[in-house]
Design a protein around this ligand. Structure first.
Ligand code: PLP
Length: 396
């Protein structure tokens, strides 16, 4: 639960100030509470807390003060009533499914969501009788056509990975609500610094905190943000039992990540736009995918829905896989790794890594060409990033 009212403050201030309840030691920085359990004054107090008659810490699988601080801060930043932290982004997505779904339910998911999210629905929820249909992210009619009487929620990521397609959150929220479903948005790529899905009508946000929220490639973590009712009835009881809790150390790292999030996102966006425009001018580049480019099919929607265009740029090289691998191997500074949202720029070849297990046909349907390269644009000097990409003549 939130205590101080940070409603009158902007996101940058919430990111630095919200969530910290100072202890008797008068510390200025949030401490890491490394404790698995908590002590009671009496048997009666223990009983009242265990039975939920009075609030308070019992055991760190349920609550921990450092984790609570992270949860409160992110809830304020997303304009949500409540947030719960998880051990990873996948654990957060798992919790939403476990909390909300039962055998016989149906969900609609955008094609091209994070690979493990696809597997979660296809391989695991399916085992327990939950049916999933996958639709094209930007095709509103396809979403509507896929909804059935037993559809419980719609699930999407926007912008999508790696092609940066944009979904109209408000239109999909209206659609979901007309059919008595919930809309769940994975807000990992934008973070609340660039996009607030709950303000646009979404019901639940999931996060991989591993990416921009940490921002420095250190910790794995995740979060769910939703109404008090959804958290209290569906998500918290599962967390308490399922046990994929965030560690206090990681919560502490994510808290400091949040403090610089808005500033970092601003620079990620500026560097990415600069790089995307530069890539568009390279003769060896067939096509650049970045919502900030006027050539992007949902550029106007991105302008309306987001306050920045994000830090992920992907582009297709003429000639397919060979020039793509050559370019990747020629870089000396940019890291060859699939992680994203780091201050360090990273580069990947989706067709042979993140999407390497798909059949060529499925890859084609997803628009993942052999010449496609994805860059998570970091905070290094943009001219150094361009220079690193110019080491071989991949572009001519
Ligand atoms: C990385 C990622 C996830 C999974 O998060 P983990 O923290 O790696 O478990 C989910 N969704 C998106 C969009 C991601 O990029």
């Amino acid at each position: 639960m939130k205590d101080t009212d940070w409603n009158d403050y902007s996101l940058e201030t919430q990111a630095i100030r919200a969530g910290h309840r100072r202890t008797g030691e008068a510390e200025h920085s949030i401490p890491i509470f490394m404790t698995s359990s908590y002590v009671f004054d009496s048997a009666e107090e223990a009983s009242l807390k265990f039975t939920g008659q009075i609030p308070g810490n019992i055991y760190s699988r349920f609550t921990n003060p450092t984790v609570n601080a992270f949860q409160e801060r992110l809830a304020w930043m997303e304009n949500g009533e409540r947030c719960l932290a998880f051990a990873s982004g996948m654990a957060a997505i798992m919790a939403v499914g476990m909390g909300l779904l039962k055998s016989g339910d149906h969900v609609v998911v955008s094609r091209g969501v994070f690979g493990n999210t696809v597997l979660m629905f296809q391989n695991y929820f399916a085992k327990f009788g939950v049916e999933s249909d996958f639709v094209a992210l930007t095709d509103l009619a396809a979403w509507e056509a896929a909804i059935k009487p037993n559809t419980r929620f719609l699930f999407l990521e926007t912008p999508s990975n790696p092609l940066t397609e944009i979904a109209d959150i408000q239109a999909l929220a209206d659609l979901a609500h007309r059919h008595d479903c919930l809309l769940i948005v994975d807000n990992c790529f934008c973070t609340p610094a660039l996009q607030k899905p709950l303000d646009l009508g979404a019901d639940i946000i999931v996060h991989s905190a591993t990416k921009y929220i940490d921002g420095h490639g250190r910790c794995v973590g995740g979060a769910v943000v939703a109404s008090d009712e959804i958290i209290e009835k569906a998500i918290y009881p599962y967390l308490r039992t399922g046990g994929a809790t965030m560690s206090p150390f990681n919560a502490w790292a994510f808290l400091s990540g949040l403090e610089t999030l808005a500033l970092r996102m601003e620079k990620h966006c500026a560097n990415a736009l600069d790089l995307a425009r530069w890539l568009e001018r390279q003769p060896g580049v067939e096509r650049v995918h970045y919502p900030g480019l006027v050539s992007h099919p949902q550029h106007e929607l991105a302008k309306r829905q987001q306050t920045g265009f994000g830090g992920i740029v992907s582009f297709e090289l003429k000639g397919g896989k060979e020039p793509a691998w050559n370019l990747i191997d020629s870089t000396r500074m940019i890291s060859i790794t699939a992680n994203l949202g780091d201050v360090k720029s990273t580069i990947t070849h989706p067709a042979t890594t993140t999407h390497g297990r798909l059949t060529p046909e499925a890859r084609d349907a997803a628009g993942i060409k052999d010449g496609l390269v994805r860059i998570s644009v970091g905070l290094e000097n943009i001219e150094d990033i361009k220079k690193d990409l110019s080491a071989v003549n991949a572009f001519v």
